[in-house]
Write a protein that binds this ligand. Structure first.
Ligand code: FES
Length: 73
């Protein structure tokens, strides 16, 4: 299967922040129900403190969430 540029999906781990998910990929509940999604790019919380999980609400900034440094490839 060849993806067209508009179909490409990427996930970017932001330093000290969320995972940015770009592309047409469903975000599901543990029961498999699709969550509402209004944008092509969404931020998923990885600090665990967002009030709108699984989405990021910016709380990572106020709690000083820090990620581990990237390992060299
Ligand atoms: S990563 Fe942003 S609120 Fe958790």
């Amino acid at each position: 299967m060849t993806l067209k540029p508009d179909d490409e999906v990427s996930i970017v781990a932001c330093p000290d922040g969320p995972l940015l998910v770009r592309g047409d990929v469903p975000i599901l509940t543990p029961d498999g129900e699709p969550l509402p999604r209004r944008r092509r790019t969404v931020a998923l919380c990885r600090c665990g403190k967002s009030t709108i999980k699984p989405y990021c609400d910016g709380t990572h900034k106020t709690i000083g969430f820090r990620t581990e440094p990237e390992l060299p490839a």
